[in-house]
Design a protein around this ligand. Structure first.
Ligand SMILES: C[S@@+](CC[C@H](N)C(=O)[O-])C[C@H]1O[C@@H](n2cnc3c(N)ncnc32)[C@H](O)[C@@H]1O
Length: 313
């Protein structure tokens, strides 16, 4: 048992506190924080995504479904976090209706009129009737979703025929950019890869899926009888501005705001699952910070964009 469980308190039923950080108390699987420090990290990550995607909120053919302003269309963002993607989609498609769903009421308070948030656990089924949405989007839910096939089935259920399911997800097995064998990665960046190894171990020990983005999700999409025109794009996010490519460099610059927070955000997740002490975790964290920004350490968050259209009968 980690030091965290010693200081638990509950706040209004939605939250609990552990060692100075606030967590949602709705679902035992998701143990990243739900406080302002974490929401700021997620916003940095969002802008890192945008920079990597040439200033766009998506790589999937969402515009083809929503048209110019999204008139008569509905968008769902599953696991919306701070709600920033949902809010920006509502601004980009001012005639569309956008819903962000999350376990915790942590979304921004100032939102466009065509955007709203609902609180619920997506693992228990999406709380919407069949065929409600034209686009259903989910980004970075690896540490919250145990059964991807169930989520994919439900995303397809709530889609209109012709609608688009988009899942943007990491895959735990890559740490450095390029096709470098893991052993070599460990030599190039021992501290950074050790942190990644612990994160990967924690995901597996918690019974979550460390191969969601690269394997599990595309398989679930490919095997769904109501889906067609699947595509997968690999677009890793750099953790710091190591790249010469202007888009990657800008994404890396923005991602520094995320990278500096990753070890703090993952503390409870890793310490509990890997049964290590706080002191051991601090040592692992030092390795991450030692390698971050070091020449030759092209560290990345490995991201796959997977999407597919719901067939029109
Ligand atoms: C890493 S954050 C990503 C937030 C957002 N998608 C983004 O990309 O900025 C994961 C979010 O998913 C939410 N989440 C995790 N599991 C969930 C579940 N079963 N149902 C609803 N939301 C969930 C968490 O509360 C958290 O806000």
């Amino acid at each position: 048992m980690s030091d965290f469980s010693l200081h638990t308190s509950v706040d209004g039923g939605f939250f609990r506190e552990d060692n100075g950080r606030k967590f949602q108390a709705h679902n035992d699987d998701y143990v990243l924080p739900a406080d302002q420090q974490e929401l700021d990290r997620l916003d940095h990550q969002h802008y890192g995504f945008k920079a990597r995607q040439g200033g766009k909120n998506y790589l999937a053919p969402i515009k083809a479904v929503l048209g110019n302003d999204g008139r008569g269309k509905r968008i769902l963002d599953v696991g919306t976090g701070s709600g920033i993607w949902a809010i920006e989609m509502a601004q980009e498609y001012p005639a569309a209706e956008v819903v962000g769903l999350d376990l915790a009421p942590v979304q921004k308070e100032t939102v466009p009129e065509n955007c709203r948030f609902e609180i619920d656990d997506a693992s228990k089924g999406l709380p919407f009737p069949d065929g409600t949405f034209d686009v259903v989007h989910a980004r970075l839910l690896t540490v919250g979703i145990r059964h991807w096939r169930g989520l994919v089935n439900d995303m397809v259920r709530v889609l209109q025929p012709g609608g688009l399911a988009v899942l943007v997800e990491m895959d735990g097995m890559l740490r450095l950019d390029g096709d470098i064998p893991l052993e070599q990665q460990r030599e190039v960046a021992p501290g950074y890869t050790k942190f990644c190894d612990y994160l990967d171990m924690a995901i597996v020990k918690r019974g979550l899926d460390n191969l969601a983005g690269g394997s599990t999700i595309p398989q679930a999409l490919a095997q769904h009888p109501d889906l067609q025109d699947l595509e997968q794009v690999y677009a890793p996010l750099p953790f710091w501005p190591w790249s010469e490519d202007p888009q990657m460099r800008e994404a890396g610059r923005i991602m520094l705001g995320d990278s500096a927070e990753v070890p703090h955000a993952c503390r409870l997740f890793i310490v509990d699952a890997c049964e290590i002490s706080m002191q051991q975790y601090d040592e692992v964290t030092r390795g991450w910070f030692h390698d971050l920004g070091r020449e030759g350490v092209h560290s990345i968050l490995p991201i796959w964009h997977n999407w597919a259209f719901k067939k029109v009968p």
